[in-house]
Design a protein around this ligand. Structure first.
Ligand SMILES: [Fe+2]
Ligand SMILES: [Fe+2]
Length: 474
C-alpha cells in the first residue's frame, strides 16, 4: 500500500488505471490550488515549512518530514488497505458483505454524508487563514500549517469518493466544495461551527481540541460504514486527525502553564493583574472553553433524529467503536435517555435508541472531551492553583435540537431570558475578552522564542529540538 508519488496526484488507489477518473480529478486539482491560493493560509506561499507527508498508509512509518513550500505540498488520495471478507457489522444488513460500490437505494444519503464531512475540511482552513500572521512561535506556526495542509488533504479524500462513486452529481458536489466559504452570507459552509471565526490562537487551540475532536467522532462512526471505500478513507484520515487534537490539547496546556506561572510570580488570582502581566486569565480561558464546547456539541445534530436511525439501520454510519460494543448491533428494542424541558425544568426521557444515535455519539464525545479537560486541570494542580476548568452542562448555549429553545446556565439551571442576559458575559467570551486576547497576538518567528502568553512545549516535532528552524523564511 505504498503511495505513488510519481503521478500528478499521489495516490495508492491505482488512479492511472482509471483514465476517466484520473482526468476528472486532474481537472479538479487546479481549482483546488486556486482555492488554496485564494483563501488558504495567508502569506504562506514562499516559506519552507517542516511538514510531514504521508508516504504509506502503514501505521508504522507513514510519515516523512521535510521542509516543503506549502503550495508544493503533495495532496493526494490515500486509503487504508482493504480487509479481506469484511462484513457489515451493524444494522439490518449485518453479516452481509460490505459494499464496494454505492447501493442505489443509499446513494443520496451517502452522498449527503460525504459532502457534509467534506465541507468541514476546507471550512477550517478558511477559518484559520489569518492565524499565521500572529503565530506565537515558529513551532506553533509549523503546527498550524500542518493542520491546514492535512485538512486540505481530507478534502481530497472526500472529493475522491465523490468523483469515483457518484458520477456527475459527485463532480458537481466536488466543485461546490470549493465554492462555499466559511462565514459567507450567500454561500456559507454547511455546519454552524464552521462559519464561526477563528480570530486568535486561543480560539485556534480550543477549535483543534473540541471541533477537530468532533471530526474524530464523526470519522470513527464513518470508519464503521458498510460502504467500504468510505470506511477505508476515514480510517486513514483518523491517523492525521490525532495530531490536530494534540495541537489543541497541548496548546491550551501551554497557555494555562504560562498563566499559572504569572499567577505564582505575582502571587495573585486577580484577572486584571494577570492580564496586565500579558497572560490570559483563567476566567477568560473558561469562557472560551464554554463557547467552543457548546458550539461543537451542536455539530452532532438533533438529539432525536430519524435520519440518524436510518443511517445506522441501513449500515451507512455506525457508532463510535461499534466493534467493541457487546449489544446486538441492531438496537431495535433499545432505549436511550435524552434531555427535555418540562415546565421550565430539564428532565430525562427514554426514547428509542435508534432515534437517539446523535445523542449517543455526542455523549461519547463529551466523555472524551472531559478526559482532556482533566489533563488541563493537572497543569493547574501541579502549579498549586486551586481553580479548575469544567465543561458546561450539555444544555448550555445550544442552537440545535430540543435544547435550542431554552436558556440553561453552565451548571444546568434553567434560566429566564433576563437571567441569561445578566449572566451571559460571565459565561461566554465578551467583545472585550476577544479584544484583549487579540491584543496579545503578535508574530514571534525567532527559533526557540515564544510569545509571553504561552509556555514553550516540552518537546519539538519529530524529535527535533524546540528551537529547531521549523520554518525557513525566504
Ligand atoms: Fe479533517
Ligand atoms: Fe482536523
Amino acid at each position: 500500500m505504498s503511495i505513488n508519488y510519481s503521478e500528478k496526484i499521489p495516490n495508492n488507489v491505482n488512479l492511472s488505471e482509471d483514465r476517466a477518473l484520473q482526468r476528472a480529478l486532474e481537472q479538479w486539482q487546479p481549482n483546488f490550488l486556486d482555492w488554496w491560493g485564494d483563501v488558504g493560509p495567508d502569506g504562506s506561499q514562499d516559506f519552507d515549512v517542516y511538514l510531514r507527508t504521508a508516504v504509506s498508509v502503514d501505521p508504522q512509518g507513514w510519515a516523512h518530514f521535510d521542509h516543503v513550500k506549502m503550495p508544493d505540498y503533495r495532496w493526494g488520495i490515500f486509503l487504508n488497505p482493504r480487509e479481506e471478507d469484511r462484513k457489515i457489522h451493524f444494522g439490518e444488513h449485518m453479516g452481509e458483505d460490505v459494499w464496494q460500490d454505492v447501493p442505489g437505494e443509499h446513494r443520496a444519503n451517502l452522498r449527503r454524508i460525504i459532502v457534509t464531512q467534506g465541507d468541514t475540511e476546507p471550512a477550517s482552513v478558511e477559518q484559520q487563514r489569518h492565524l499565521g500572521l500572529t503565530a506565537p512561535s515558529m513551532y506553533d506556526l509549523r503546527n498550524l500549517f500542518q493542520v491546514n495542509v492535512e485538512e486540505g488533504r481530507h478534502l481530497w479524500a472526500m472529493v475522491y469518493l465523490l468523483h469515483r462513486y457518484f458520477g456527475r452529481d459527485g463532480r458537481e458536489e466536488a466543485e461546490a466544495l470549493l465554492e462555499r466559504r466559511s462565514g459567507d452570507q450567500d454561500n456559507p459552509r454547511i455546519l454552524g461551527a464552521f462559519n464561526e471565526r477563528t480570530p486568535d490562537w486561543l480560539s485556534f487551540f480550543m477549535f483543534t481540541y473540541f471541533t477537530d475532536r468532533d471530526g474524530k467522532f464523526q470519522l470513527c462512526a464513518l470508519a464503521e460504514s458498510g460502504f467500504d471505500p468510505l470506511a477505508r478513507t476515514t480510517k486513514f484520515m483518523l491517523t492525521e486527525e490525532a495530531h490536530h487534537m494534540f495541537v489543541g490539547e497541548s496548546g491550551v496546556s501551554r497557555v494555562l502553564q504560562r498563566t499559572c506561572d504569572v499567577m505564582n510570580q505575582l502571587k495573585t488570582d486577580d484577572p486584571v493583574k494577570v492580564r496586565a502581566a500579558g497572560a490570559i486569565d483563567l476566567a477568560t480561558i473558561q469562557r472560551y472553553l464554554n463557547f467552543h464546547y457548546s458550539v461543537t456539541i451542536d455539530l452532532f445534530g438533533a438529539d432525536q433524529s430519524s435520519n440518524a436511525a436510518m443511517f445506522y439501520s441501513t449500515g451507512i454510519k455506525g457508532r463510535f467503536e461499534e466493534g467493541k460494543r457487546t449489544d446486538d448491533h441492531r438496537l431495535r428494542g433499545d432505549t436511550y435517555r435524552v434531555l427535555e424541558v418540562q415546565d421550565g425544568r430539564l428532565v430525562e426521557k427514554e426514547v428509542p435508541m435508534l432515534n437517539a444515535l446523535n445523542e449517543v455519539l455526542r455523549d461519547d464525545f463529551i466523555k472524551d472531551s472531559i478526559a482532556g479537560v482533566n489533563r488541563w486541570n493537572k497543569v493547574l494542580e501541579k502549579s498549586g492553583i486551586p481553580n479548575r476548568l469544567t465543561v458546561p452542562h450539555k444544555a448550555f448555549n445550544r442552537q440545535i435540537g430540543t435544547l435550542a429553545n431554552v436558556r440553561i446556565s453552565p451548571e444546568g439551571q434553567p434560566l429566564s431570558q433576563a437571567q441569561w442576559d445578566a449572566g451571559r458575559d460571565t459565561w461566554l467570551p465578551t467583545a472585550e475578552d476577544r479584544a484583549f486576547v487579540q491584543s496579545l497576538m503578535g508574530r514571534v518567528v525567532e527559533p526557540g522564542k515564544f510569545a509571553g502568553w504561552i509556555a514553550p512545549p516540552a518537546m519539538g516535532i519529530n524529535r527535533q529540538p524546540v528551537n529547531f528552524e521549523y520554518i525557513r523564511f525566504n
